[in-house]
Write a protein of this length. Sequence first.
Length: 313
Amino acid sequence: MPETKSIQERIFYSRGKLLLTGEYAVLRGARALALPSRLGQYMEVIEGNGPGVLSWESTSPSGKWFEARFRLPEIDVVSSTDQSKAGVLRELILTARQLRSGFLEKEKALQVTSTLEFLPGWGLGSSSSLVSNMADWAKCDPFELNRRVFHSSGYDVACARSNGPILYRRVNELPEIIAAKFRPSFADNLWLVYLNEKKNSQNAVKAFAGQNVKEEIFVRISALSEEVVLADGLDTFCNLLNEHEKLVGGMTGLIPVKEKLFPEFDGCIKSLGAWGGDFVLAATKQPEKEVRKWFGERGYETVLPFNEIILND
């Protein structure tokens, strides 16, 4: 922490995310339904008068989970609790500087505290909300910053900057974002269940990148995304999700999560994001007590009500 704080203090905020209908397909031009979460990430920047060092601290509800110090203006890593994370953060800062000349080239001491409102392992967008905050700080394009560093579709960055559900796709490598009125009357029947592991989306995306998939699959996935928004009942909603799971499973060679982990569940289960980790969406007519008991008996204790996590006001 700088010895002397100045009055110059800046605070940035971006939301977390969930992708209901498939990162793989979005990378190939399909439209997807993406849902900003009520939880996000704050970033506080305080300027001081000490030596040219950027001190970074990342915290979450479980406490401090990352620390690093960088020499300014070179952004060389002086120390860190995780060299891999420090390397990614350094790349993010240097890329922001490429997009916005002069960024962090003249500052003396800086203290940055980045605070997640959710656990880092939940996969709700610790990286994408950081990208969004960093872009606001550097005054650069968040989608271009994300593309250069993380090479993902950008739906998560769109969620970070949205105040409600969106339909998202890339057109000529540029984001197309349409507000979606996704306020299901059956929201009380929807649950987010954590699978006790964090999926590496970048690795999953790379594994899929070279596969040859017929264009009509992506056309149908886009249509499904729009139909999900309009679903007027739980049964219709589940039929659409089941069709989507079958399509994505067929093009990736991955086993749908219900078939793999929860074949006896009384309802439908949808993989989210890049499949295989983080959260799944469970839809059922069973009461809350039974839902929590069913998943808890199988070792999945984190069961969150849809309306408490998803921003759909």
